[in-house]
Design a protein around this ligand. Structure first.
Ligand SMILES: NC(=O)c1ccc[n+]([C@@H]2O[C@H](COP(=O)([O-])OP(=O)(O)OC[C@H]3O[C@@H](n4cnc5c(N)ncnc54)[C@H](O)[C@@H]3O)[C@@H](O)[C@H]2O)c1
Ligand SMILES: [Zn+2]
Length: 370
């Protein structure tokens, strides 16, 4: 697979009929925001929602670029971190909007990681029953996952992502330059999702990652842009076939059954999402060897790539098997307490299974988690 050249941005189209949109991937895109927003025929006023880490780095550049194109924006920021994905913050932001003279042609830009994207998207979806939404993702996870596909929402004290909607952006501006300032650990965590796309849908991309992962982790723009493009193409294809996750889209939950349970068991403290998913993917690949015909060699390739990328494939702390099972059953993706696992038939081909038994899980648990 040829490497993406820097220079001209790449475009990936998410085909959803009237709600289709482009993901523009490249470098130096923030400075070109006015020109790139132009085809959307936005109103002359909007808001940029960002967080306390990302705002000081990038909001002025984005605001100035839009101002140069005759678009005025107000910057609204929230404290960095998952607790900001709350009804309280949504309420605070929403109550601020009427004073800004926005109308139905006004827009909301999310400038940040998945937290800002989900929160800003929720506001865009609900204010005036929906105003234009643009994503400007700044974490690797947001570039390859959360900014594409239209899941927006906030958490409740009782659980993550319990309130929300499907609301597609009109544009995703994926400026890979923003990754330069991303903390190393966040980058590696996002990289787990990148590996996931290859594992479930694209063996060639997986092999490219095996060769080039160090260049991506060194943040070389052409390698990052290529990886982001491949992931976005896969996600765009899946979302356009199954927007509301009634079937195919579920394969993107590879590694997430165990990963989510681990995150819940540590109360989301000290374990990043991608770190949990890395362990979950290794676990699911071992289940796949047992139940779905994945070769031992391919399972090893997956776990080796995760480890070479600085991700753990076994828990760093001891989990109790019964508590893990219980947490998996409580996950909102389980149906009537029935566990759903995404398994690999081979690298690049996934299936969803509800036939995994507690005994299967225990057997793999004894190999992976002790
Ligand atoms: N909507 C979806 O489809 C979807 C998919 C996956 C995850 N999510 C959600 O995404 C959220 C996690 O997103 P995340 O991992 O991006 O976390 P995040 O938004 O909390 O960002 C991680 C940290 O990096 C900082 N940061 C972001 N960009 C930066 C940059 N360029 N330079 C320096 N610091 C930067 C942030 O301030 C934060 O401290 C979760 O709430 C999850 O539920 C949503
Ligand atoms: Zn994930």
């Amino acid at each position: 697979m040829a490497s993406t050249l820097t220079g001209a941005p790449q475009r990936v189209r998410v085909e959803l009929g009237e709600r289709s949109y482009d993901i523009i991937i490249g470098t130096g895109l923030l400075a070109r925001a006015a020109e790139l927003f132009k085809p959307l025929k936005l109103g002359k006023r909007g808001v940029i929602v960002t967080d306390s880490n990302v705002g000081p780095l990038y909001d002025a550049a984005l605001q100035q670029a839009l101002r140069a194109g005759g678009i005025e924006t107000e910057i609204l920021d929230v404290p960095a971190g998952e607790p900001s994905k709350s009804l309280r913050q949504a309420n605070r932001l929403l109550e601020h909007l009427p004073s800004l003279g926005l109308d139905r042609r006004s827009f909301v830009v999310a400038l940040g990681g998945g937290v800002v994207g989900d929160l800003a998207g929720f506001i865009a979806a609900t204010y005036l029953r929906g105003i234009t939404f643009v994503q400007v993702p700044t974490t690797l996870l947001a570039l390859v996952d959360s900014s594409v596909g239209g899941k927006v929402g906030v958490n409740l004290p009782q659980g993550k992502n319990l309130v929300g909607s499907f609301y597609q952006p009109r544009l995703v501006l994926a400026d890979v330059d923003t990754l330069k300032s991303l903390p190393e650990r966040e980058l590696r965590s996002g990289f787990a999702e990148v590996i996931k796309y290859g594992a479930v849908r694209d063996a060639k991309f997986f092999a490219w990652l095996e060769r080039e992962y160090q260049r991506v982790l060194r943040r070389e723009p052409d390698a990052v842009a290529h990886a982001v493009r491949c992931c976005c193409e896969i996600k765009a294809d899946i979302v356009s076939k199954d927007e509301h996750e009634s079937g195919l889209r579920a394969i993107l939950n590879f590694g997430h059954t165990v990963g989510h349970a681990m995150e819940a068991l540590v109360d989301y403290e000290g374990l990043l999402h991608g770190e949990a998913i890395s362990m979950g993917m290794c676990f699911a690949s071992k289940l796949s060897v047992k139940l779905a015909g994945l070769s031992e060699a391919e399972s090893k390739r997956l776990c080796a790539l995760l480890e070479a990328s600085g991700l753990s494939t076994r828990p760093t702390e001891k989990f109790d098997m019964n508590r893990l099972l219980e947490a998996m059953r409580l996950d909102k993706k389980a149906r009537n307490g029935k566990l759903r696992f995404v398994l690999l038939k081979r690298l690049g081909e996934a299936v969803v299974s509800e036939a995994v038994t507690d005994a299967d899980i225990e057997e793999v648990f004894n190999v992976c988690c002790r």
